[in-house]
Ligand binder design. Sequence first.
Ligand code: PLP
Length: 397
Amino acid sequence: MTDFTATRAMFDLPSGVIYLDGNSLGPLPRHVAERVSHAITDEWGKLLITGWNKAGWMDLPARVGNRVGKLIGAPEGSVTMGDTLSIKVYQALASALELREERRVILSDTGNFPSDLYMADGLCRTLGAGYQLKTVAPEEVESALDDTIAVLMITEVDYRTGRKHDMARLIARAHEVGALTVWDLAHSAGAIPVNVAGTDTDFAVGCSYKYLNSGPGGPAFIYVAPRLAQQVRPALSGWLGHEAPFAFDLDYRPGAGVERMRVGTPPILQLAALDAALDVWEGVNIDDLRERSLQLQQAFLSIVEAGCSELALASPRNPDERGSQLSFRHEHGYAIIQALIAEGVIGDFRAPDILRFGFTPLYLSQHDVEKAAQTLCTIMAERRWDKAEFHHRAKVT
Ligand SMILES: *Cc1c(COP(=O)(O)O)cnc(C)c1O
């Protein structure tokens, strides 16, 4: 059994705060500052440029990629790190489209994160020649798969509602009609069990600053199935994805396997933070984490539903159909979240009316989530959210 008391002790949450927003920005594990400080002072400070060799900076994307890979069922050498998730979405899509040259349609759903859709749309415009992004309702994805679809691009867990797609089933169906799949695991990696190899995923991408706690702006990951990795052409053919970057050839030759998905100079300080943050996962069994997450969600849901009927559940009621978050709808959602934050319970708001709460067993206890739910009910019952200061919208919600 995973010892969640031990993992909790590894985090440095401010006292008086119950953090239900680790699905958006994971909190700081205690030892990360020291490791980043070491990378700054002892590596950058003392080794200067020799750090690329002596401190192993150049191999960090692959080494950390392997650690992330373990959390998503990816074999060694099939994941690399770098850039932001939006960039990785673009790369995966571009490569997948080229492998299905005779087709022109990317299929996605209206529950996808807008940036993924924007990147797909931008790529289609660049390619021209009839390329198009088609979006359908999440429930209609399976029936919209036919032999016109080149690539199915889906975010497994909906960022707003937490609704979870059946990844294995959609991949099997996509492959039946000859389509490739690109999975966005932003709300899956470190949140629920994922098995990219076992489900025969073609491409997967995700970010590290949510459930993997790498800090704001931490690098994204990309997985390419080993059966495809030697075959794909990287659309963003940067020098560090070259077979021999320091040969400085004038012609591009893709590097070995997933290494070709590297673009430019890796963010070493953010990778150092992520590498350290991943230590928290040593000894964590992801099935235990899932079980615990569902217990925490149920504890929160029971109190909210019993105590504040004004909030309508926006997540699937069936726990098997959701990720590691619960969402509710309310027309004053933004103000309610602000009032909650003022009382030390941090969740977030997603337009137009979603209150969102992430459940992260690494550092949340049953007591925390019960207290958070009770605070929410009090705020609702006493209309504490209805103050001018809580209605003012900040840049980031
Ligand atoms: C968080 C998130 C993103 C963010 O992309 P960045 O390029 O890292 O800002 C993209 N897609 C999904 C599905 C997300 O949840």
